[in-house]
Design a protein around this ligand. Structure first.
Ligand SMILES: Nc1ncnc2c1ncn2[C@@H]1O[C@H](COP(=O)(O)OP(=O)(O)OP(=O)(O)O)[C@@H](O)[C@H]1O
Ligand SMILES: [Mg+2]
Length: 460
């Protein structure tokens, strides 16, 4: 939240818009009270300020007394002259929008549709409700859902959001924005995103502030005193998220990301909810819900095998179910048989959604040393990755192996089991092995004695 620099220096002065302030938040009184405090701190008379901002002294006096509503132009002039960031512009922008009935607050309802066959995740839904609950604290609750590609982060966020709205929360609206992470160069620019968000709540294009910090401040001003849910989907990094957060209580934020978003917690008071694949019964339930009881009952055991061959990853399960429903594969049994070959699993696709492409975006976001280790991990036998063995296999120091494995865990391409071990999801391992064969010549890339062991394990 923006701190009031006047209060910082004046100590006992009530915060404009705060509980001791004689005026309401974002009222003309807030602006006037703040303006007088800034002016006096600078030792400027009303006449001197009038000369600097090129406004009439009488008008300024009325603005200071809360009897006139300041324009955005005056707000910007005050910010320039009083060196107050974008505080006055933001308040004036919010006031102006509020005073124009046709261009005032537009109730946004941007949530995508919930999934008809949403399955499981009860613990996650409960956790989100606890964190994002209506606890009336001064903070804006932020929940970060993270996990590997296709694990169901967006589906969970949307499901929870709809439930919260049905329970009467976020009556002033719901904003949803795709931040287009994680590939560098592809991620949405917070400046543009703020433009879309401000536009969505009623700010006309010609009124959008021209600088990132002003837009962020204007967005916070618009959300002030309102109960809005903001879903920031597919965030690339902490910095991108940081600019977009509301500042005052009442609103809540759900962020989804494949990344752990390093650096976010030092900027924002957020709670993190990591996701993994569905449990066995839920994975089978999702397949059943999608393919229908008749097909599922024809061979329940095949359903279990199919779920395992999809690694219980929701995206793979959904693609498999769609394959069956569209009759590309007539039964769960036939598809499960085809997916016995690990490489065939990577080819799961329907329309423009392909498992491999979903993984590609995470892989392309890695720097080359991390990408190389990732590919090599695909060749190592077993699901468990030992840090020391990785160092030997990759021909790097132990410290370097630790660093690279942490990077991969941060991108949720592996997950930490304990201090010396990590786990890799089966489908990601198959994907990594495939890349290693294509780019590194397969086992030829493995260093030292481990090459023989790896070759033996691959043959076995
Ligand atoms: N619990 C669930 N029940 C039913 N379908 C689900 C569930 N979770 C995810 N899905 C479906 O699985 C697919 C992938 O889910 P989703 O897009 O939410 O994954 P994601 O983790 O957000 O992926 P990405 O990292 O690519 O953003 C979607 O079709 C989604 O509808
Ligand atoms: Mg998503």
């Amino acid at each position: 939240m923006l701190r009031n620099s006047v209060q910082d220096s004046a100590g006992s002065r009530p915060e404009p818009g705060g509980p001791d302030c004689p005026c309401g938040a974002d009222s003309p009184g807030t602006f006037g009270h703040l303006l007088r405090a800034h002016r006096e701190r600078r030792g400027l008379s009303l006449t001197q300020l009038a000369g600097l901002v090129h406004f009439n002294r009488g008008h300024l006096s009325k603005v200071e007394n809360g009897k006139r509503t300041p324009s955005v132009v005056l707000g910007a002039a005050c910010d320039r002259v009083l060196d107050s960031g974008s505080r006055f512009t933001a308040i004036a922008t919010a006031l102006e929008a509020a005073s124009r009935p046709s261009a005032g607050w537009v109730h946004p309802a941007q949530l995508p549709a919930a999934k008809r066959f949403f399955t499981g995740r009860r613990r996650h839904l409960k956790q989100l409700s606890q964190w994002l609950g209506d606890d009336r604290s001064l903070a804006v609750p932020v929940a970060v859902i993270n996990g590997p590609p296709g694990v169901g982060k967006t589906a969970l966020a949307v499901q929870w959001a709809h439930q919260a709205v049905c329970d009467g929360r976020f009556a002033d609206g719901q904003l949803f924005v795709d931040l287009e992470g994680p590939e560098p160069g592809e991620a949405a620019d917070p400046f543009d995103v703020l433009g879309h968000l401000l536009h969505a709540v009623g700010v006309p294009g010609e009124r959008l502030p021209g600088d990132l910090h002003q837009r962020a401040a204007a967005f916070r001003s618009y959300l002030h005193g309102r109960e809005v849910l903001l879903v920031l989907d597919n965030a690339a990094d902490a910095q991108q998220v940081h600019h977009l957060l509301p500042g005052s209580p009442g609103s809540a934020v759900v962020v989804t990301s494949r990344s752990r978003l390093p650096g976010l917690l030092s900027r924002v008071d957020a709670a993190t909810l990591p996701m993994t694949e569905l449990c066995r019964p839920e994975a089978a339930m999702l397949l059943r819900a999608m393919i229908g009881d008749a097909r599922a009952d024809a061979d329940p055991a095949a359903l279990t095998v199919l779920a395992e061959r999809c690694g219980r990853l929701p995206l793979a399960l959904v693609l498999a179910a769609e394959n069956i429903v569209s009759c590309q594969h007539p039964s769960a049994d036939r598809l499960a048989a085809e997916l016995k070959a690990e490489e065939a699993r990577l080819a799961l696709a329907e329309g423009d959604v392909a498992l491999r492409h979903t993984f590609d975006a995470s892989y392309r976001a890695l720097d080359e040393p991390s990408a190389r280790i990732f590919r090599l991990l695909g060749l190592l036998p077993g699901q468990v990755i030992d840090v020391a063995a990785t160092a030997v296999t990759a021909g790097v120091s132990h410290a370097e192996a630790v660093r690279l494995l942490r990077d991969l865990a941060s991108a949720h391409l592996i997950r930490q089991q304990d201090e010396r071990h990590y786990l890799m999801h089966d489908l990601l391992r198959v994907y990594a092995a495939d890349l290693c064969r294509q780019l590194d010549g397969g086992t030829a890339a493995v260093q030292g004695e481990d090459r023989a062991k790896t070759e033996a394990a691959l043959v076995a």
